[in-house]
Design a protein around this ligand. Structure first.
Ligand code: IMP
Length: 373
C-alpha cells in the first residue's frame, strides 16, 4: 500500500495544512518528517479556526494515527501545550507517536536563534541551532527523555511525563504499517524554496523540505512512495528575508495581503506578497517529481482584473504574462462546472508550468471548500 507526500512548492504557507486535513479521510497515518514549530498549519472546521505547530495536521480526525518523524525537531513545551489543547494525553494515547530520534529544541537554542537569526528573519523558534547541534552530534533526542537523561529532565521537568508515553521507534512503526497495507500521508512543512540544499540559501530553513526529506525524515524508502502532491498557492508569499523576484511591494501586494489574510500563523508577521513565478514553480516540480498539484486560495484572486505570472527574461529581470481575471466570486465553490472560464484558463496555465495535472482547487480555508477536477 502506498505512501503519498504533500509538499509546498514555494516559500511555505501554501495551504498544506488544509490540504492534508482535507485528504486525511483517505489515510490511516499522517506523518510529519521535518521542521518543527516554525511551521504553523491553519485548519478551519465549521468556521472554527485551529492552528497546529508541532502536531501533524491529521490531528482533527479521530481515526488518524499522527506521527512526528525522526527528521523533526520538537520543542517539548510547545508540544505538551498542543497535546493539552487537543484533549490531553488520554485523548491522544494510541494515535500520536513521536520518534525516539527526533531532536529536542532547548531554551538555549531558542535564545541563540533569537540573537542570531535576524539576517535570515527566522521564526525565532530555535530551529537552526537545534539542527546545527544534530549535525555536530551533540543534540538531545526524544530517547533521552526515556533514558532519564538528567539535563533533559532538569530542562523540561514539567512536561517530560506528558510526552514520554508517546515516544517510540516510528521507523519500525511506519515499516510495519506500510507492510500491513496502511495508507500513509507524509506532510511537508515550509516549502521547496526554503529547503536547506535547494532553496534560496542562506535565506532558508534548516531542513530538507523537498522529497528527499520525506525519506530521511521517516525511514520509509523510495519504493513506499506512490505519488507526490505539490501544493501551490494561486499567487506567492514569503515571510522573512531573501529574494522574491515577483514580489509586489506596492498597492497590489497590500491588496493580496489584505484579501488573502497573509499574516504569519506562527509569528503574526506580514507576509510579503506577489505573483507566481514560472521558473520557481517549474523548478519545484522538477526537484520533487510532482505527480499532482493542488492550487490553493484561488478565491483571493476574484477581485483582480488581470493576473500576471512572472518569467525570467534572461537579464535577471522579470517580465510578466497576463491572464484575465474573472471578476466573479469563487469563494466556497465546490462544483467544477461553476468555475469561471477565465479561472479555468489560469489553472490550465499553472498545469502547463507544473507539467502535472491540477487535481484540486481550494476556494476557502474551510475543510470541504475544494473543487475536484
Ligand atoms: P526558521 O525555520 O525559523 O529557521 O526560519 C528560516 C526562514 O524560513 C525564515 O525566512 C522564516 O520566515 C521561514 N519559515 C520557517 N518556517 C516557515 C513556515 O512555516 N512558513 C513560511 N516561512 C517559514
Amino acid at each position: 500500500m502506498p505512501a503519498d507526500v504533500v509538499l509546498g512548492l514555494s516559500y511555505g504557507d501554501e495551504g498544506k495544512g488544509k490540504v492534508v486535513d482535507y485528504l486525511a479521510k483517505n489515510y490511516d497515518y499522517v506523518v510529519r518528517f521535518h521542521g518543527g514549530n516554525n511551521a504553523g498549519h491553519t485548519l478551519v472546521l465549521n468556521g472554527h479556526r485551529i492552528a497546529v505547530h508541532a502536531l501533524p495536521s491529521g490531528i482533527l480526525h479521530p481515526h488518524i494515527n499522527n506521527v512526528i518523524g525522526n527528521g523533526c525537531v520538537v520543542d517539548p513545551l510547545q508540544l505538551a501545550k498542543e497535546i493539552e489543547e487537543h484533549g490531553g494525553p488520554t485523548a491522544l494515547k494510541g494515535r500520536l507517536f513521536i520518534s525516539h530520534a527526533a531532536h529536542l529544541i532547548t531554551p538555549t537554542s531558542i535564545n541563540v536563534d533569537r540573537a542570531t537569526g535576524a539576517t535570515v528573519g527566522t521564526t525565532g523558534r530555535g530551529i537552526g541551532p537545534t539542527y546545527a547541534a544534530k549535525m555536530r552530534r551533540t543534540g538531545l533526542r526524544m530517547e533521552d527523555i526515556i533514558n532519564g537523561d538528567i539535563e533533559v529532565w532538569d530542562t523540561f521537568r514539567e512536561v517530560c511525563g506528558i510526552i514520554e508515553p508517546f515516544i517510540c521507534n516510528t521507523q519500525n512503526l511506519l515499516h510495519t504499517a506500510h507492510a500491513s497495507g496502511a495508507n500513509i500521508l507524509l506532510e511537508g512543512a515550509q516549502g521547496t524554496l526554503l529547503d536547506i540544499d535547494h532553496g534560496t540559501y542562506p535565506f532558508v530553513t534548516s531542513s530538507n523540505c523537498t522529497i528527499g526529506g520525506a525519506l530521511t525524515g521517516t525511514g520509509l524508502n523510495h519504493k513506499a512512495i506512490r505519488k507526490v502532491i505539490g501544493v501551490a498557492k494561486a499567487y506567492t508569499t514569503r515571510v522573512g528575508e531573501g529574494p522574491f523576484p515577483t514580489e509586489q511591494n506596492n498597492d497590489i501586494g497590500d491588496k493580496l495581503r489584505k484579501v488573502g489574510g497573509e499574516y504569519g500563523t506562527t509569528t503574526g508577521r506580514n507576509r510579503r506578497c506577489g505573483w507566481l513565478n514560472y521558473s520557481d514553480l517549474r523548478k519545484a516540480c522538477e526537484l520533487n517529481g510532482v505527480d499532482e498539484v493542488v492550487v490553493t486560495k484561488l478565491d483571493v484572486l476574484d477581485q483582480f482584473k488581470m493576473i500576471p505570472v512572472g518569467y525570467p527574461n534572461g537579464l535577471e529581470r522579470i517580465q510578466y504574462s497576463e491572464w484575465n481575471g474573472w471578476n466573479r466570486p469563487t469563494k466556497g465553490l465546490r462544483d467544477k462546472t461553476l468555475l469561471p472560464q477565465d479561472a479555468l484558463k489560469y489553472i490550465q496555465h499553472i498545469s502547463t508550468i507544473t507539467r502535472a495535472p491540477v487535481t484540486h482547487i481550494s476556494t476557502s480555508p474551510e475543510r470541504e471548500d475544494m473543487i475536484v477536477l
